[in-house]
Design a protein around this ligand. Structure first.
Ligand code: HEM
Length: 512
């Protein structure tokens, strides 16, 4: 893009044919001569605006990001005119109403966040805008796994460690080059990392971005022997190796107790021999370690299995991007040293359940932020789209949909923050005792709200919500994938039921 050269309106006007085609957008002059034949919206519309100011037409159909991408078409600026459109920079907060949670809105205060949270949010936003979003957008389409370069970058900044939540694994580590000490990390920092990373708006890539580690490394940190824990923590948090959770099977999803993958001890008692299959294993196509639920004959047990002879993975085609690395895993006489048992034999359910709260809460953090991004998209579109000669937002029916969406997202964030605050005040054991029910209900509520927001957004965007490119692409992705959150980490019906059963157990014995 060059703005050194300036043109008058009279200079631009003659360039209105296919031989030389210029137009003005927001005080900048674009030479479309070599572009108009490949324009995704067709040649005709561009020939119509040749030599003219096309600002209104352009912004009723495109986002500023299109101009950033095609910046090389810009040949200069219109003399004595100022640009009106705001050009975002990495790290910027959105100024669209309700696009940021209240604590990031200057007029409001929050009791939950201190200066360290604000520093982390700023640094995470710059990191996501600069390094994550460009790769996420590319890989979501190509379906390739996250690059080793980005994993390394996250490892160096200790973002990988942050993704497992607060704890001793972060002690002695500096987060994002001194923004925060690992010892000071709490669940609000954890929430910020999840909510900022998901802004890359690429659902398959988001799951591919180490979600497998988030939901499985914790089992190793809490239940492995000290030397195994040390080894795996070092491998995973340095980005050298990757790890995933292998629980669900064709035979057993939320009914974990029905798992058929079997582990039998060798006669010398040195190894388990594992046989069976696992299905829907996020990141499984490329992971090195598998935290695997197995049937040891005396109940459910959990083994840390290294990718080794007899372990094969195959990609499963799902409705979202293969960048998530969703796998079908086969274990064919895989030999696993007994030291790789996590927790006690036959008591694996405890190991699996011990991380479910954090997983469900993390899924909720991301889902709430994605819902807010959808609200932002709808607000922008309603403001820019002209229909029947008016902005979409001038139609009361559209405003009613926006009101519904905003109120849902604000309610979700408020309940999420309230729950997060309780987490900061409880030990891991107390969380398991007192928060399993409330987190289950929170997740259920948020996945229902997201479902409703997706439906409303489709109505606001119309046909554009069906296309994977252009203005409605975020809505298309959200509508296609948000329902996953009702399933991941436990189906919403089951966790809702679990929450009520837990509450009924605490019901007073005497009649009321
Ligand atoms: C620098 C100038 C322009 C560039 C680089 C450009 C680029 C694009 C791109 C990349 C798309 C695909 C959708 C998207 O990513 O948003 C698109 C769609 C479209 N463009 Fe342009 N465009 C330009 C100017 C214009 C102008 C001035 C008009 C109208 C007068 C126009 C009309 C359209 C239409 C009708 C579509 C299809 C949109 C839809 O159905 O959602 N474009 N353009």
């Amino acid at each position: 893009m060059t703005l050194n050269q300036t043109f008058s309106l009279a200079d631009v006007a003659p360039h209105n044919t296919s031989e030389s085609l210029w137009c003005i957008i927001d005080s900048r002059v674009y030479d479309l001569t070599d572009f108009f034949e490949s324009h995704p919206g067709g040649e005709f519309v561009l020939l119509q605006v040749g030599g003219k100011d096309a600002t209104t037409d352009f912004y009723s159909l495109h986002r500023q990001a299109v101009l950033e991408k095609y910046g090389s078409l810009c040949i200069g600026a219109v003399e004595n005119e100022e640009a009106q459109v705001i050009r975002p920079h990495p790290g910027d907060l959105s100024i669209v109403p309700y696009a940021e949670p209240a604590w990031l809105t200057p007029q409001f205060e929050s009791p939950y966040y201190n200066e360290s949270h604000r520093r982390l949010q700023k640094a995470m936003r710059v990191f996501t805008d600069t390094w994550v979003t460009p790769e996420a957008q590319e890989k979501e389409i190509s379906g390739e796994r996250i690059s080793l370069g980005l994993i390394q970058r996250m490892a160096d900044a200790n973002i990988l460690g942050m993704r497992v939540g607060p704890g001793p694994h972060l002690h002695g580590r500096s987060i994002l080059n001194g923004v925060l000490c690992g010892e000071d990390v709490d669940y609000f920092h954890d929430l910020i990392v999840s909510q900022e990373l998901v802004r890359a708006t690429a659902r398959g890539f988001w799951d591919g971005n180490m979600v497998g580690m988030t939901i499985s490394l914790t089992a190793v940190l809490q239940h492995a022997s000290p030397d195994l824990k040390e080894e795996v923590q070092r491998d995973c948090l340095s980005g050298k190796k990757t790890i995933c959770l292998a629980v669900s099977e064709a035979f057993a999803g939320s009914d974990v107790a029905n798992i058929r993958t079997a582990a039998e001890k060798t006669r010398d008692g040195q190894f388990y021999v594992v046989n069976g299959t696992k299905k829907w294993i996020t990141n499984g196509t490329w992971c090195d370690y598998f935290v695997t639920a197995v049937n040891t004959g005396n109940g459910l047990s959990v083994l840390l299995i290294h990718r080794s002879e007899g372990l094969a993975t195959k990609a499963i085609k799902t409705s979202y991007s293969p960048a998530a690395g969703t796998a079908f895993v086969t274990f064919d006489d895989v030999k696993v040293p007994v030291r790789n048992l996590l927790g006690e034999e036959g008591k694996g359910l405890k190991v699996i359940l011990s991380n479910f709260n954090h997983e469900r809460w993390m899924v909720t953090c991301a889902g709430v932020r994605m819902s807010r991004i959808v609200v932002e998209e709808c607000m922008k579109w309603s403001n820019q789209r002209l229909v029947f000669g008016k902005r979409l937002a001038e139609q009361p029916v559209i405003r009613a949909k926006l009101a519904k969406m905003i109120s849902l997202v604000e309610a979700m964030q408020a309940w999420l923050e309230h729950t997060t605050f309780q987490m900061t005040r409880m030990s891991h054991a107390s969380q398991n005792e007192h928060l399993a029910g409330p987190i289950g209900l929170l997740k259920m509520y948020c996945s229902r709200c997201a479902h409703e927001i997706a439906e409303l957004a489709v109505h606001v965007f119309g046909g554009r919500s069906l296309t994977q490119t252009g203005m409605g692409s975020v809505i298309e992705m959200f509508h296609r994938t948000t329902e996953f959150d009702a399933i991941l980490g436990g189906s919403e019906d089951i966790i809702g039921d679990m929450a009520v059963r837990k509450a009924m157990k605490r019901f007073p014995k005497s009649m009321l």
